[in-house]
Ligand binder design. Structure first.
Ligand code: ADP
Ligand code: MN
Length: 509
């Protein structure tokens, strides 16, 4: 969005100051030169100063992730952008209605494609929507001559009887067909000119139009669908806006964390009909860039809860599934009383949950907090108990457990980040558990907790598997052997289930 140009200093003796969205700032005007007035940097700096004055608790919270780099960081702008997007979509819907009305049943249609505000790609949420246009089953120029074909292109003295091999007729027909294979493909007004296309040219043009279409979608996808390091994409902004609009959230304040796989925002809770929305919420936006997720495939692919669905899904759906998985796992944990965020709502790849922290200050990670010896010991026992509950009562292995995903809040340890958590029967579930145990054990031993068990002791204490190997290599070998036995068992069970045609499924919350 363009920033409104400041009025010239000659016309206005007062230097232009950006309007502060958080209320009127005290009017302390410092005189400055023309070049200063025109300096964008100064404007930004002044604005930042004003925002900080009016909204001191937001200092340090990075709002650029929400609205994008190089733009203003006020929530007014965000709102405006969201409104604009909503407007664009409405506009496009109207355009489509007009287009349909105009074209009616006509087989040659006029496209308003170029007037659309939102690229068609953006409206679809699956790449399955890409139809293969080469299908000629519904070729409108098949057996019958189209009634909408311009007459003079086809009527010629002494040439009334033609065959499909007639070069002229075929050429004209190709021209007419060309108009139809991709509506937004610009072909000029060839139809009025008795243009004849040879089959070779026709086929090449057709091919070109398909690749153009794909290219355009790809470029657009890169531009709009990559939740890059800083900004969330326009779809995400729209979804967030809808949540604010629906009153679920009162406002979205700023970014708490930008990780490789997610961006987390702070928000003030609003209300919902069937649920109490916490006063402070955390919004976890799963990144829609796919690269980082590739190496996480193993967590979800082999998770039987998602197995049937995985193979059929496109990458964007898979990312939604991460959010879905986190929601399910949090719900399981909540049920048995593990301290963790409470799920508020899930919308596509956006998970809203309760905020662990207070007054927009997130609870510190266990790795960052300085605890007394006694508190650290308490924290250790809490984590031990938590891991046991998670394994035995939730049937879950965290799979990314470390002092990074444990928060210290109100004198207790809270567990977060469970999108990758799996059931112990996952083909690598026990290996993941062992890795978790190693992280936890090393952290508390380094933190001086004398009671802290070794990783192997901890593994047995959590899983109850009683592995006796006295060195790591053998220990891991035994873990892998157990996983193998389990997998064979699952496979046999799967076969039995299939034979009995039993549609019993493992329960999922
Ligand atoms: P990632 O997969 O990016 O590590 P996390 O779920 O761990 O995602 O979230 C990243 C960071 O955001 C956390 O380390 C924590 O500081 C913060 N965070 C996430 N969820 C919450 C929450 N519910 N309350 C407070 N802070 C949170
Ligand atoms: Mn994390």
């Amino acid at each position: 969005m363009e920033q409104v140009a400041p009025p010239g200093p000659a016309a206005d003796p007062q230097p232009w100051k950006p309007k502060c969205p958080w209320g009127a700032p005290p009017s302390t005007v410092t005189p400055c030169s023309l070049s200063d007035v025109m300096s964008e940097e100064l404007v930004k700096e002044l604005q930042q100063q004003e925002e900080n004055k009016a909204f001191p608790h937001l200092i340090g919270i990075d709002t650029t992730a929400l609205v994008g780099e190089g733009t203003e960081t006020s929530s007014d702008l965000l709102l405006a952008q969201m409104l604009q997007m909503e407007f664009d979509r409405e506009y496009d819907a109207q355009l489509l209605r007009e287009e349909n009305k105009l074209n009616g049943d006509s087989k040659v249609s006029i496209s308003f494609e170029n007037f659309r505000m939102v690229h068609p790609f953006e409206d679809s949420d699956s790449s399955e929507d890409e139809v293969d246009w080469q299908d000629t089953r519904h070729d409108p120029y098949g057996p019958d001559k189209p009634s909408t074909n311009p007459k003079r292109g086809f009527v010629r003295k002494g040439k009334e009887i033609t065959t499909k091999h007639d070069e002229v007729t075929c050429g004209r027909r190709n021209t007419a067909r060309m108009e139809n294979f991709v509506p937004e493909f610009q072909v000029g007004d060839g139809i009025g000119m008795d243009l004849k296309l040879s089959n070779r040219v026709f086929n090449e043009l057709k091919q070109h139009s398909y690749s153009e279409r794909r290219r355009s979608a790809k470029i657009h996808e890169k531009k709009e669908h990559s939740t890059s390091d800083q900004a969330v994409d326009s779809n995400t902004r729209l979804l967030l806006f809808k949540m604010v609009n629906a009153g679920i959230l009162e406002n979205i304040n700023g970014c708490i964390s930008t990780g490789k796989e997610s961006v987390v925002f702070h928000a003030n809770g609003g209300s919902m009909d069937d649920k109490i929305v916490p006063r402070e919420c955390a919004i976890k936006v799963f990144k829609t860039t796919l690269n980082e997720f590739r190496n996480r495939d193993k967590y979800i692919k082999d998770d039987y809860r998602f197995k049937d669905r995985f193979s059929k899904l496109n990458p964007r759906r898979i990312i939604r599934m991460w959010a879905e998985k986190e929601m399910h796992n949090l719900a399981r944990m909540q049920k048995v009383g593990i301290l963790c965020p409470e799920v508020v709502v899930l919308k596509k790849h956006i998970l809203v949950m309760s905020f662990i922290g207070q007054d927009q200050v997130p609870a510190p990670k266990l790795k960052d907090v300085k605890l007394s010896t006694e508190d650290m010991k308490q924290a250790y026992y809490q984590v031990l108990h938590m891991m046991q509950q998670l394994y035995n009562e939730c049937q879950l292995v965290h799979a990314d457990l470390s002092a990074y995903n444990l928060l210290w809040y109100m004198g207790k340890v809270w567990l977060i980040d469970v999108s990758q958590s799996v059931e112990p029967t996952h083909p690598h579930g026990l290996e993941f558990l062992f890795r978790d145990c190693r992280n936890v054990s090393q952290f508390f031993q380094k933190s001086g907790v004398a009671d802290a068990m070794s990783e192997r002791e901890l593994f047995n204490a959590v899983s109850g598997l009683g592995i006796t190997a006295d060195n790591e290599v053998d220990f891991i070998a035994e873990i892998e052997a157990l996983e193998k036995i389990n997998e064979d068992h699952v496979q046999r069970r799967g076969k039995r289930v299939a034979i009995a045609n039993d549609d019993e499924h493992p329960t999922d919350d």
